[in-house]
Design a protein around this ligand. Structure first.
Ligand code: PBG
Length: 322
């Protein structure tokens, strides 16, 4: 007779039949790098997360290395923004300089440096593409995204991660990388990226809230699952090497569908709002933070994610059983 409880009798037995594990080497930690000096500025809506200027970044990078986390995702906050988001592709942009620094220092060199490619942190209007007459332009934005991608690759980025959601940007970036000799630089595409309220705290951290309107003409409608597969298919055709699904918790079905339909590594982006909600409930003493976080991250693995991008990476690295 079937009795599923037979295999749950001890931790050792449960361990033998456990189907999914969260592993430190699959965690990716986002970092906010701000132009200036001597800055280590806490983000109010994201307890534990700070913006660092380049001279203070080593403090945080040491924590990353000591935790055994192998990957970081870089976001830049420039001192000046303009209509064209020129800080995103400036030779001495804040992210470009951070990448050069990390690749020069022996201690940080082996970290997998993933450069987020988008204009929203760099544009005066806060949109992810160029704006004309209140509209977000698609094809006119592509060369600028490609230029940003190439400049991060030239600085030494290991992976390029376009998060703008313009159509055809993966193809534009792939072509530009190849033309500039970066045929081996992978693209991690934010393919299934939804127009989500869960990004609220990130926009505090990255100073990237849109100055007018919203992102609904380029990011996906949260109601659409089948359309996410079209986005993924298109990005794979254009040359994506890794697919990001984002947000993660309310979109586990999307991760599952991608994993069932495509043979490509998936990264779940456990976004800012998801992080802040757990932090807030934990601070109030309402939940067991460690158990909740490990359960959430395990859920991403069960759904089919390979990598997990999370602001909890450093803490989770401590919590994962050795
Ligand atoms: C930039 C970008 C955003 C996030 C990652 N890249 C914000 C947005 O699209 O508004 C959100 C990440 C998070 O909430 O943690 N386009």
């Amino acid at each position: 007779m079937e009795r599923t409880r037979r295999l749950r009798q001890s931790e050792a037995m449960r361990g033998m039949v456990r189907e999914n594990h969260v592993r430190v080497e699959e965690l990716i930690y986002p970092l906010f790098i701000i132009e200036g000096r001597g800055i280590c500025s806490p983000v109010d809506s994201m307890p534990g997360i700070c913006q660092y200027s380049l001279d203070r970044l080593p403090e945080e990078l040491d924590r990353v290395v000591n935790a055994g986390v192998k990957g970081v995702l870089l976001f830049g906050i420039p001192a000046h923004k303009d209509e064209l988001g020129s800080g995103a592709y400036a030779e001495h942009g804040v992210v470009q300089e951070a990448i050069r620094f990390m690749k020069k220092e022996e201690r940080y060199r082996d970290l997998v440096v993933i450069a987020d490619v988008c204009l929203c942190e760099y544009t005066s209007h806060g949109h992810c593409g160029l704006v004309q007459d209140g509209k977000i332009l698609n094809d006119e934005t592509l060369p600028l995204l490609a230029r940003a991608a190439v400049s991060y690759a030239q600085a030494g980025a290991d992976i390029i991660a376009p998060s703008d959601m313009m159509d055809k940007r993966v193809a534009a970036i792939r072509e530009a990388l190849d033309e500039n000799g970066f045929i081996n630089t992978p693209i991690m595409a934010y393919s299934a990226k939804f127009a989500s309220a869960f990004y609220g705290p990130f926009r505090d951290a990255a100073h990237s809230a849109p100055g007018f309107g919203d992102r609904k003409t380029y990011q996906m409608d949260p109601a659409n699952g089948r359309e996410a597969l079209r986005e993924v298919e298109e990005d794979i055709r254009e040359g994506a090497d890794i697919i990001i699904a984002k947000p993660a918790m309310a979109y586990l079905d999307i991760i599952k569908e991608i994993s069932l339909n495509y043979n490509i590594p998936i990264a779940a982006y456990h976004v800012s709002g998801e992080y802040s909600m757990v932090k807030a409930a934990a601070a109030a003493g309402w939940i067991d933070e460690k158990k909740i976080v490990m359960e959430i991250l395990t859920g991403f693995k069960r759904a089919g994610a390979k990598m997990i991008i999370t602001y909890y990476a450093l803490e989770a690295a401590e919590w994962i059983p050795k």
